[in-house]
Design a protein around this ligand. Structure first.
Ligand SMILES: C[S@@+](CC[C@H](N)C(=O)[O-])C[C@H]1O[C@@H](n2cnc3c(N)ncnc32)[C@H](O)[C@@H]1O
Length: 257
């Protein structure tokens, strides 16, 4: 069966994306702080940094980094998500030019950013080594020598071997009541799986069910590190959740000349 379209999935989710967090504004600040600390560790003295967030979604990391004073540009496959990121930044009085672009064909000039970022497992929507390679080579092209690549990814642990069937429900309080979000996973070969993203929305004394479908690949952290190394980066390092103070492991890598 053909994979589900990531663009359709995120276009349809854009308006409700914040509901996958218990408190999205708090996560924006927390994630911005964590990534800012890591970036300053590698690029001290060069701040504020020119940052490309090439899977910015509705701006979770872009806005947090703009709040920390960096000059952030956002792009994302989903035009609806990119438009919401720009609007959310504007509401906060922050500049965040954001547009629709596929990270496999980044529409930016060579060497235009100090940091290229792709956060929250966005690479999992690239289903083949060729597609990840195309994306990471593009990131190498647009990052300056001496700059930094930052990727964050889900550590699937044994989920791929055991073919885990679902995620733990996330409960978010809203003015209308609780919203419950979880995923059901349907496995194919090589870690590729279709996911059903289920949201239960309060509807008087019952629930309205919203289901959106996408296809992902459960890349291991080792596989991703190897692909990054093959695409013009060195000093490839995974920082643990505890070390990075981020909710996922964070990979940093330096561009090779
Ligand atoms: C889990 S969301 C994370 C979004 C954002 N980083 C955040 O944490 O809020 C994954 C994002 O990857 C984007 N994406 C998937 N495939 C992409 C591609 N080929 N190029 C650019 N963005 C892509 C999706 O549109 C979606 O916004």
């Amino acid at each position: 069966m053909a994979p589900y379209s990531a663009q359709d999935f995120y276009d349809r989710l854009a308006e409700d994306y914040h509901l996958i967090y218990a408190d999205w504004p708090a996560s924006v600040s927390r994630q911005g702080n964590a990534l800012d600390t890591l970036m300053r560790k590698y690029l001290a003295g060069a701040e504020p940094l020119d940052v490309l967030d090439c899977s910015c979604g509705i701006g979770t990391q872009s806005i947090g980094l703009a709040e920390r004073g960096h000059r952030v540009v956002g792009s994302d496959l989903s035009p609806a998500a990119a438009a919401r990121a720009a609007a959310e930044a504007r509401r906060r009085g922050l500049a965040l030019p954001a547009s629709a672009a596929d990270m496999r064909a980044l529409p930016f000039a060579d060497a235009s950013f100090d940091v290229v970022l792709s956060a929250d497992n966005s690479l999992a929507h690239l289903l083949t080594e060729e597609d990840v390679g195309r994306a990471v080579r593009g990131m190498r092209r647009v990052v300056r020598d001496g700059g930094l690549l930052v990727l964050t990814a889900k550590d699937y642990g044994d989920a791929r071997q055991t073919r885990r069937q679902s995620t733990v429900p996330q409960v978010t309080d809203t003015a209308a009541g609780r919203v419950v979000t979880f995923q059901l996973w349907h496995w194919h070969e090589n870690g590729v799986h279709d996911l059903e993203h289920v949201q239960l929305l309060p509807d008087r004394d019952t629930w309205r069910v919203q289901v959106r479908r996408a296809t992902s690949r459960a890349w291991t952290l080792l596989e991703l590190a190897g692909l990054v190394q093959q695409c013009g980066f060195g000093d490839v390092t995974w920082h643990s959740v505890e070390e990075a103070h981020f909710f996922q492991p964070v990979l940093t890598a330096r561009p090779m000349a």
